[in-house]
Design a protein around this ligand. Structure first.
Ligand code: F6P
Length: 548
């Protein structure tokens, strides 16, 4: 199926159209159509606006892209996902993060069983627990109130909740200090413990599998630290777990009553909506967490119900396909103009690249086209002073998603105007560029020689015609952030569906894990040798042993 993608009439029509569009200048498109911004922007009510007018697209491009989505049954595949079909075929699992935020509460069946009662039961337990921590009914072993929460997890058990907690700083419960530990580098947990008071600290051990090496190592160190300070008997008051693996959790020494469960149909990178969101609720309160779910649910309904040409995730996904597959731009920069969103790109890197970074289709054959783009980003304006040189003048255009709130959650003088002006200027500069004629005219106004103008001019030319989307959100509040995050999840879904790949497995992370285990085993078996043996030699010997 996937191998035939390039032969599909919808694909070949786009390829042909791209030939004609290569020479088209967005400058001209804007000059010819003053209503271009309105025509090529979409809204989710008052909460989100997607402006995709600064892409090299016309009415015809969009019609052909929507035809491609129809030919690839994207809408039917989305309905199958929401309905609980086992679309993750290599793991035989349903993909139901949307059920976690199904605020309408309609039944969602997996093998004839409605999952909603179980989802709601965990949410209720989270509500009770978070309330108890906040109002002091849950206390540390010495009777003190909890004021520090340390989430120990990695990948999806870290990036999503960390991103949200950072973004929603304005909603933080006074007095609560959230920390996140993910790296197996002992410095990560070490520095957090150095700042924590054992009597008032709660550890949330977050791992879907409860076998992940990094998380288990960090959890063991945290436990050792706490037991060392307060005694083994203090552990139950200071440790809770979020996992699908009750056996693993109890074996670690956390009572199942202090475990918040979720299910195999929640992918790690899509799990912030599950109990993995516990540190979010602990940081901002359960009502805030519910508002996050509501925003995501609004995007879910929109994705399912809005017609193609009004559909934000579908359109964002298709614009990405156009840029990657038809114009040949293999990366995407995600640049939030909001300091709170400084971990948004990090979260998205996992959501996008772990989902679609695959060179094999659902049918086991190569899709024959470029798939998962490289995703990276940093907040603006910082990124302007770091890698925007390449984005403006590098040899291969990098499409950019600019994201900004209309209102700041932490207003300071004119800062927000400065921030937004910078963002709008970047999109405009990428689109417009600066021609050699313009550069020469500008240089001519300066007191420099003709020879200097000649030498400088080529360096100051901006090719322009570089694509960007602009996503405006009302503010970075829980509801809008939920909608924004779900927008990107569904964008990734759309692209995976068009490419015909399974966006919900991650076999590519296994080999490294396996080899690290082998090397560790071999290392343990080694005689540390003489003092003169360097670490590099030791590792080399262990690797050799691991290779068998
Ligand atoms: O290594 C990748 C991965 O499996 C991710 O998909 C997942 O989010 C992460 O590891 C953490 O897994 P767990 O929640 O089981 O500890």
């Amino acid at each position: 199926m996937a191998q035939d993608l390039k032969q599909l009439p919808a694909w070949t029509a786009l390829a042909k159209h791209a030939g004609a569009m290569r020479e088209v200048l967005m400058r001209d498109l804007f000059a010819r159509n003053p209503g271009r911004f309105r025509r090529f922007s979409l809204r989710l009510g008052e909460h989100l606006l997607l402006d995709y007018s600064r892409n090299r697209v016309t009415e015809e491009t969009m019609r052909l892209l929507y035809d491609l989505a129809a030919a690839r049954n994207v809408a039917a595949r989305a309905r199958a996902m929401f309905a609980g079909e086992r679309i993750n075929i290599t793991e035989g699992r349903a993909v139901l993060h949307t059920a976690l935020r199904n605020r309408g509460n309609q039944p969602v069946l997996v093998d004839g069983q409605d999952v909603m009662p179980a989802v709601n039961a965990v949410l209720e337990r989270m509500r009770d627990f978070v309330g108890a921590v906040h109002d002091g009914r849950w206390r540390g072993a010495t009777g003190k109130r909890i004021d520090t929460v340390v989430n120990i997890g990695i990948g999806g058990s870290d990036l999503g909740p960390r991103m949200v907690v950072e973004a929603l700083r304005a909603d933080r419960k006074p007095g609560m200090r959230p920390f996140f530990v993910s790296n197996v580098d002992g410095a990560d947990i070490g520095w957090v413990l150095a700042e924590a008071n054992p009597e008032t600290t709660l550890f949330v051990i977050a791992s879907k599998t409860f076998t992940t090496q990094e998380t288990m190592a960090n959890a063991a160190s945290a436990r050792e630290w706490l037991a060392g300070k307060l005694g083994e008997g203090a552990v139950p008051n200071h440790f809770v777990a979020v996992s699908t693996n009750e056996k693993g959790v109890t074996a670690f020494g956390i009572d199942a009553r202090n475990m918040f469960g979720f299910w195999d149909w929640v992918g790690g990178r899509y799990s912030l909506w599950s109990a993995i969101g516990l540190p979010i609720a602990l940081a901002i309160g359960f009502e805030g967490f519910e508002a996050l779910l509501c925003g995501a649910h609004a995007m879910d309904r929109h994705f399912l119900e809005a017609p193609p040409d009004e559909n934000l995730p579908l359109t964002l996904g298709l614009i990405g396909i156009w840029n990657a597959n038809f114009l040949g731009f293999p990366a995407v920069a995600v640049i939030p103009y909001d300091q709170g969103l400084h971990r948004f790109a990090a979260h998205l890197q996992q959501v996008d690249m772990e989902s679609n970074g695959k060179a094999v289709g659902l049918d086991g054959r190569a899709p024959g086209v470029a798939t998962g783009p490289v995703v990276f980003g940093e907040p603006g304006t910082n990124s302007q002073h770091a890698f925007f040189q390449l984005i403006h003048q590098g040899p291969v255009p990098v499409p950019v998603d600019f994201i900004a709130p209309l209102e700041s959650r932490k207003p300071m003088g004119r800062h927000h105007e400065l921030l937004l002006a910078n963002m709008l200027a970047q999109g405009e500069a990428l689109m417009r560029g600066k021609t050699e004629v313009e550069v020469r005219a500008e240089l001519a106004t300066q007191k420099i020689s003709a020879a200097a103008i000649e030498a400088l001019a080529p360096h100051k030319v901006f090719g322009g015609n570089r694509p960007s989307n602009t996503i405006l959100m009302k503010s970075v509040d829980p509801y809008c952030l939920g909608a924004l995050t779900a927008l990107y999840e569904h964008k990734v879904f759309v692209q995976g569906a068009v490419w015909g790949i399974n966006s919900f497995d991650q076999w590519g992370v296994e080999l490294g894990k396996q080899l690290a285990g082998d090397i560790l085993e071999a290392w343990k078996a080694l005689d540390p040798g003489t003092e003169s043996e360097s670490l590099v030699e030791l590792v080399g010997r262990a690797q050799q042993k691991g290779r068998g």
